[in-house]
Design a binder for this molecule. Structure first.
Ligand SMILES: Nc1ncnc2c1ncn2[C@@H]1O[C@H](COP(=O)(O)OP(=O)(O)OP(=O)(O)O)[C@@H](O)[C@H]1O
Length: 327
């Protein structure tokens, strides 16, 4: 339970044990036990989450596979805490960056180029968090895939990644609601693009992979957030795009031929991560005193049956294209 729930004297409605979560009230008509690959209780830190489920995904990313990590959950359930963390409990941003640059330092026979971009989807509009003036951020290739033209900053150490993240966070839309005094009003995607090649082969193949770290805005009930005016409009857009995301996941898990990716900016941008060429990890954040918590295990369970088709991405590159970050 988070501080607000304890301060408000709320009753615990959910139990957590081993890899299961279920409603405390056994007479509840839902009464389902949700089982996952891992369930982390409230004593666990971001480092525990990272060590168990995130690190193996980052290992794949460094081998050339695309990877996406989603933090999903109702408002104030701890998504931003998971991604950003704080001084005593660093978030996934910091932990992933540490692993990445440690790997680069260890691989003396490889050359690397690492870039990052940071965008938000706010009221169905994409904003570049690293360059406010950047407009027209998406375009489609001939296959209809949506490509992102966000500013990409070259990063050569952990501090540079954190600087870019902090710069972007200054302009990310955050506002106070009754449920969370710093509620994210947009979905964000922080993308790390890793290119690597053998140091001894001048025009050898280049591996390229994308890692998306996604902090989704939380679904919310107006009766609880007391949203009005601009907050209400934002909340409606947040709920709509999350419901499209839910539909897309359902269609993928049912093996449908038509997938409604085009119904929201979020799903259009995520089409590769959802059923495409990426390994995906969903972190479902929950608070234990909220009835709305149910929607998160339901969503996370539906994603378990989605099968992605992953492969290592190889580019042919010339020396002009490839500039090692260590030179
Ligand atoms: N595991 C945790 N340990 C300590 N504090 C936490 C934890 N999870 C959440 N909190 C605290 O609870 C509050 C809400 O968390 P956070 O802002 O991360 O939620 P959110 O899911 O991102 O919400 P929103 O969707 O409204 O942006 C914050 O004050 C945060 O510091």
């Amino acid at each position: 339970m988070i501080h607000r729930e304890v301060a408000d004297g709320l009753e615990r409605l959910w139990n957590v044990r081993v890899n299961c979560i279920w409603e405390a009230d056994e007479s509840s008509r839902h009464g389902e036990v949700y089982i996952f690959d891992h369930v982390f209780n409230q004593e666990c830190t971001n480092s525990d989450v990272y060590g168990s489920v995130v690190k193996p995904l980052v290992d794949s990313f460094m081998e050339g596979f695309n990877a996406t990590i989603f933090a999903y959950g109702q408002t104030s359930s701890g998504k931003t805490h998971t991604i950003l963390g704080n001084k005593t409990d660093p978030g996934l941003f910091q932990l992933v960056s540490n692993q990445l640059f440690q790997h680069v330092a260890d691989q003396v026979d490889k050359r690397y180029l690492i870039r990052c971009s940071y965008i938000e989807i706010y009221n169905e509009k994409i904003n570049d968090l690293l360059d406010k003036s950047n407009q027209g951020l998406t375009r489609e290739d001939i296959k209809g895939n949506v490509l992102l033209d966000a500013r990409e900053a070259v990063v050569d150490n952990v501090d540079k990644v954190m600087e870019n993240m902090m710069q972007g966070n200054k302009i990310r839309r955050v506002a106070a609601t009754r449920m969370n005094e710093r509620s994210s009003r947009s979905h964000t995607i922080f993308r790390i693009i890793l290119e690597s090649k053998d140091a001894n082969q001048k025009d050898g193949p280049v591996h390229i992979s994308y890692l998306n770290l996604m902090d989704l805005a939380g679904s919310e009930r107006v009766s609880l957030t007391k949203a009005a005016g601009e907050r209400l409009k934002e909340g409606a857009n947040i709920n709509k795009s999350l419901s499209v995301l839910g539909n897309v996941i359902r269609q993928l898990s049912e093996g449908k031929e038509f997938i409604s990716y085009r119904d929201s900016k979020l799903t259009r941008l995520l089409s590769q991560a959802l059923g495409g060429n990426a390994k995906s990890l969903i972190i479902g954040n929950v608070t234990l005193a909220a009835e709305e918590t149910r929607s998160t295990p339901e969503f996370a369970q539906s994603t378990k049956t989605v099968k992605n088709k992953t492969k290592v991405n190889i580019l042919s590159a010339t020396e002009e294209h490839f500039k090692d970050i260590r030179t």
